[in-house]
Design a protein around this ligand. Structure first.
Ligand code: ADP
Ligand code: MG
Length: 648
């Protein structure tokens, strides 16, 4: 039998390898930028068309290549950066695999122009799908320019797999930002579809971060600095009050290489412990320098993960350093929203001797007494229940009053829940007996006919009566029983419908701000805002200027208070991140969802009776009151029969 194993032709091997190195346009951007950095360029220009699907060009003023190297660089495992295995442990460069250019050339149309500084003439090579189309001597500037066109032209499946331009552009920007943040000593320019979206002059670290993320970033940054035997740490963390809902701005650089590390991330988050609002993530830009032989970059093909020799020590140092910075730059005082107010001595009392606190309990306090309706309800339909000590609303009242008398229904329930077998249901029965007996007794007296609730009482209460349970649910008696509404989800539904409606009109009612509000954004965020300008106006926003990085707001929709504008827009930008749907309806849906999400009352928020009623009434004015815009159940009902059954 003849042998069946054959060596793959180079172009096939390259295509296979390309699958690993080049996943999307952003991968090409990363490789080309890193090559330019390795070539010691001081100025690098990135030009992209159609999010890199049509063109990615990187022009540098680095050391260039001679004629032979220009041809060799497209060979697999051709690299000038390491010569022997030992070099892997002393890496100072980004690249070392010699794989990138071979891979890119296998799946795209590539044009290279390059010249070394002290040569008269340079080289011009065109290579398509690993085939060299032409190579000639040419007059070109110092440095190197790679143009990559028609990515994946010979792998249609991969090309079709690419996401929308907006998503791909976001990935490209991510890669650009990572390289740009790691190399403040290089001048970067990024041009997308003919317009300059980043211009980053050589600067210090803080200025580079500000140039990338916009002017508003400056005030957020707290410097971090520490030098120990095993690591030198520099950089910034953002003050806790600027923590974001998305995990956007989190950067670790190790020896100027962007890396991801769940472990180190945890160390930073631990340093922020107790300082962050729920569900928010700290931003950070941390530069770690370690001896190259104490790290191993080789464990991941796309090289964003690395291994450290002494991970635990690094964790401890990083955590302590960040914590120290947060403390030292007295970040605490601005954290008013977090602070326990009891720790603050009011100005007029400062300096006075302190007295030990004493507790006074008003045993007559009834949280429902002031609420006329509640009283009414109790009086009409619930005398028996209330008088016997059972108060269905007591669990919510425990927050306001600890004064309870008589049989505690909660403890009964607790016992019941804890008990495993049915026999144990009788535990605590001696306590409960009184409750059951008296209830029976009184309900009998009330002559219950058919419905437990008398019709008249209901007519009076159906629309008015609401109670809040655990600052989470709104309870409202209805004819057939009880309505239990999730306050947050219901409010989301109401707001969502409201904003969807506002898109049907030219411009919704707007409230003028007393003073114009200037908000600062990165160039990229401003692009996003500009592309939804019409929608913002329809909702009731009005602007004065929309410049490169600033927006001046004159008016806001009636539903959005001045203090929440910046948060709402920030959330909206996060939710839209890099993906503005082309279809208007989809866009409207996304915006309305985002606003509903940021503006809806939170679980845990106390609602006045009026607010509760508003929510109930508005919810049932919606077309689909049953679900939130995110498809979650907004309310459930509990039928009287079901309640009856529980008492059988
Ligand atoms: P690696 O970066 O891992 O060495 P690449 O395939 O990315 O592999 O590049 C191969 C070689 O081509 C590099 O080692 C370098 O010598 C040369 N090269 C690539 N890009 C440039 C550039 N912009 N300027 C000068 N030389 C370059
Ligand atoms: Mg490389």
């Amino acid at each position: 039998m003849s042998s069946v194993i054959r060596l793959l032709p180079d172009h096939v091997a390259n295509q296979i390898a390309a699958g690993e190195v080049v996943q999307r346009p952003a991968s090409v951007v990363k490789e080309l930028l890193e090559n330019a950095v390795d070539a010691r360029a001081t100025s690098i220009k990135l030009v992209v068309k159609d999010a890199g699907k049509t063109l990615i060009q990187v022009i540098d003023n680095g050391k260039g290549m001679n004629e032979i190297d220009a041809r060799l660089c497209f060979e697999r495992h051709a690299t000038s950066k390491i010569a022997a295995a030992e070099d892997l442990f002393q890496l100072q460069t980004k690249g070392f695999r010699g794989e990138a250019l071979a891979s890119i050339a296998a799946i795209a149309h590539v044009e290279l122009k390059t010249k070394e500084k002290n040569s008269e003439l340079g080289t011009h090579i065109i290579i398509e799908g690993s085939n060299v189309i032409s190579q000639e001597v040419a007059v070109v500037p110092d440095g190197t320019s790679f143009s990559v066109k028609n990515l994946f032209f010979n792998i249609p499946a991969r090309r079709n797999f690419l996401k929308s331009d907006q998503v791909e552009l976001r990935h490209v920007i991510d890669e650009f930002e990572r390289v740009a943040l790691a190399h403040k000593d290089i001048h970067f320019v990024f041009i997308n579809n003919g317009s300059e979206i980043f211009h980053l002059p050589i600067s210090n670290m803080r200025q580079r971060i500000v140039n990338v993320f916009g002017g508003k970033t400056n005030e957020k940054l707290v410097p971090v600095q520490e030098t120990t035997e095993i690591v030198e740490i520099n950089g910034f963390v953002a003050k806790p009050e600027f923590a974001k809902k998305s995990r956007g701005e989190q950067f670790f650089f190790v020896n100027n290489r962007f890396i991801k590390s769940g472990y180190l991330h945890h160390a930073v988050t631990a340093a922020f412990e107790g300082l962050l609002r729920d569900g928010t993530h700290p931003s950070y830009f941390l530069y770690l320098n370690l001896p190259p032989n104490s790290i191993d970059i080789n464990i991941h093909p796309t090289k964003t993960e690395i291994k450290f020799d002494d991970e635990q020590a690094l964790y401890a140092i990083l955590r302590a350093t960040v914590k120290h910075s947060l403390g030292q730059f007295s970040v605490a005082p601005v954290l008013d929203f977090q602070k326990d107010m009891t720790l603050e001595v009011p100005y007029e009392l400062s300096g006075m001797p302190s007295v030990a606190p004493s507790i006074q309990v008003d045993t007559n306090f009834n949280p429902f007494e002031e609420k006329k309706h509640a009283n009414n309800l109790a009086g009409k339909i619930g005398t028996a229940i209330v008088r016997s000590g059972f108060n269905p609303f007591e669990s919510s009242a425990t927050h306001t009053s600890t004064a309870k008398s008589g049989f505690s229904n909660t403890s009964f329930l607790e016992k019941k829940q804890k008990s495993a077998g049915w026999e144990t249901l009788y535990e605590g029965m001696s306590d409960a007996k009184e409750f059951i007996l008296s209830s029976h007794h009184e309900i009998d007296e009330e002559e219950v006919t058919g419905s437990l609730f008398d019709e008249e009482a209901l007519a009076a209460h159906t629309t008015r009566q609401t109670y809040q349970l655990h600052k989470k649910y709104i309870i409202s008696p209805i004819k057939s029983g009880l309505l239990i509404i999730d306050q947050r989800r219901a409010h989301q539904r109401i707001l969502y419908d409201y904003y969807i409606q506002s898109f049907q009109v030219k411009q919704s009612a707007s409230q003028q701000l007393l003073f114009p509000l200037s908000l600062y954004y990165s160039v990229y965020e401003m692009e996003l805002l500009k592309s939804i300008e019409n929608e913002l106006i329809q909702m009731g926003f009005s602007f004065d200027v929309l410049t490169e990085e600033k927006i001046v707001i004159l008016g806001t929709p009636e539903s959005i208070s001045e203090s929440s504008v910046s948060i709402v827009l920030e959330d909206l930008l996060n939710d839209l991140q890099g993906n503005i749907p082309g279809e208007t309806k989809v866009l409207h849906d996304r915006i309305a969802k985002s606003l509903a999400q940021s503006l809806a009352v939170k679980t845990g928020t106390f609602l006045s009776e009026k607010e509760q009623e508003d929510i109930v009434n508005s919810l049932f004015g919606c077309e689909n009151p049953q679900t939130s815009p995110f498809g979650k159940t907004t309310f459930v009902t509990m039928k009287v029969e079901d309640i009856d059954k529980k008492f059988m």
